[in-house]
Design a protein around this ligand. Sequence first.
Ligand SMILES: [Zn+2]
Ligand SMILES: [Zn+2]
Length: 279
Amino acid sequence: MIIRCWGARGSIPVSGKDFIRYGGDTACMEIRSENDEVLIIDAGSGIRNLGQRLITEEKHSAALLMTHFHWDHILGFPFFKPLYHESYHLENHGSLAVRRTIMEIINGIMAPPFFPVHIEDIRAQIHYREWEEESFSVYSFIVEPIALSHPNRGNGYKITENGKKFVFLTDNELGYRHENGWRYEDYREFSRNADLLVHDAEYTEDDYQKTKGWGHSTYKDALQLALDAGVRRLWLFHHHQERSDDDIDRMVLECREIIKSRNASLECFAMYQGMEITL
Ligand SMILES: [Zn+2]
Ligand SMILES: [Zn+2]
């Protein structure tokens, strides 16, 4: 599978000279199967550019998984151009835990006085599928959800294809257990031996003195999880809106020092918009 990042920022899109290398768009990931099928996770502002690419490629179908419905994960949805073409098919997978489909949510935000285009202008065929089992198939992927430790609930995912494991846990607070969230040990076992773990790394330890309970992790907690779970690669994700490129570089250097001091073989990067990897 190929994993590509279209937006790695948390909370709100940012722009300016301090955010050039890691990018300013909010959460959106693309996972391509070996048969070139497209699975999208989250519809933050990064999904706008992904939509552009799908149109250029004349790729007429995709599946969409949502982690949750906070603004930074849905705000790009009305700007996803394939929605306005009837030749496009979008399969949306949701769970009973979240209890609402993306169309119900979007129906709320694409309404006066919030937005000028009506939901009736959406021409794409959107199919909603609800899962109840512990894992389900999307194209050639096996998808396994896990409840996040985050306000208002949400899901993280493990996506497996041909023995390769990708774990995506954004908006997950390892240092505090929210309603419906799991224990640290559960996230550790869920991530065990993943080829790639992408984890929320919004805060520094200083930030966390004031933000405990807000639903995000420190980058050191994310690193500890990756080390404990024996994953091969960790990509830090959901960058704080004020974290400059240089700040993020420093976070990564510090993580690499810790990895070295533990004699571990973990590879650590901070995710940037446009970053991709083939597992
Ligand atoms: Zn978020
Ligand atoms: Zn959130």
